[in-house]
Ligand binder design. Sequence first.
Ligand SMILES: NC(=O)c1ccc[n+]([C@@H]2O[C@H](COP(=O)([O-])OP(=O)(O)OC[C@H]3O[C@@H](n4cnc5c(N)ncnc54)[C@H](O)[C@@H]3O)[C@@H](O)[C@H]2O)c1
Length: 379
Amino acid sequence: MPKKKLNMGLIGYGFMGRAHSNAYNKVNKFFDLEYEPVLKAVCARKEAILKPFAERWGWESTETDWRRLIERDDIDCIDIGSPNNTHRDIAVAAAEAGKMVLCEKPLAMNAAEGLEMTEAIEKAGVANMVWFNYRRVPAIALAKQLVDEGRIGRVFHYRAKYLQDWTISADVPQGGETLWRLDADVAGSGVTGDLLAHSIDTAIWLAGGIDKVSAMTETFIKERPTQDDPSVTREVKIDDACAFLARFNNGALATFESTRYARGRKNQNTFEINGEKGSLFFDLEDAHQLQYFNHDDDEHVHGWRTILVTDSEHPYMDHWWVPGCVIGYEHTFINALADFLQGLETGTPVRPNFRDALGTQRVCDAVLKSARTEAWEKV
Ligand SMILES: NC(=O)c1ccc[n+]([C@@H]2O[C@H](COP(=O)([O-])OP(=O)(O)OC[C@H]3O[C@@H](n4cnc5c(N)ncnc54)[C@H](O)[C@@H]3O)[C@@H](O)[C@H]2O)c1
């Protein structure tokens, strides 16, 4: 049967531009789907970089102004892979034009923007998804399955860490084309929005909503040169590190920690959940494994087991290789896209949607507020 074409318009040719372009190229090779994304147009500001990018990844055309992309009648779905300060305006305009909208995380600069976007999306009634791709790591999806099957029982503790080390040097500039993550005017926040948003999305998915938080943040290097003009130094306004305590609505306790100053940690994203009947542990740097402790095992074999999440019984893995052959980072975006397209097919919309991501954004806002007030803050 001929596929239903879904004409995509992607914004951004950076890190996520590549990850998403790869997903559009691969998804129908590995998943049997009614829909097929067509790489109609890619948009970014610098034509000299954009043209070769489009050619390399198979985009049919280019635009240098996202407004023009949204105006085009031949685009069904806008995919936002540009920095955080662009998300609101693009998403709202795309929704008002009746386009489906996919958006990178964090949803917005803050929850007020996130609410505006969510309301625009819901008013327009357009299909939408936010790319919290870690939900599509098979081992994390398996953790979700085990929680839903009741295998760890009532959750008491959730412990998350997200650690990197790339901003330790005071010479790293802020702002500009590639270092916008260090500029609060573009990123909204530092590790809270960039890294902990992932941890919070995963935590809410696995353990439920968060009621209140108590946080501390630090900016270790107070001033940095700007990337566009290294002779100009500006105050750094992002959080370099953040640690917070949280209470879930269900009474479970949580700790979250993130920094870009953890020497040797490149992208260590871990969580441990301790429940009445068992525990789970995951580390993105060993992404094909899930550790599971089952208290119901006979006592003489009690111990943590390491599940190699590559069997066809495991989430997503029946679309990939034979048992024992691991998949990687890029596959999480392909899995996410497949879920989005399947949602269009079945009429059961994919999650996380804008409303879900707004929930995560509200936790981020409460965390940043608590760091300022030095008090517990309700989400
Ligand atoms: N899901 C994930 O794991 C993940 C990973 C990395 C980044 N992200 C998110 O993806 C987004 C992009 O991050 P990145 O790492 O790809 O950034 P990047 O700096 O690598 O790329 C950003 C792209 O946006 C373009 N751009 C900037 N302003 C624009 C504008 N006004 N109009 C059109 N294009 C514009 C730039 O030219 C560039 O192509 C951010 O929101 C980030 O938080 C998510």
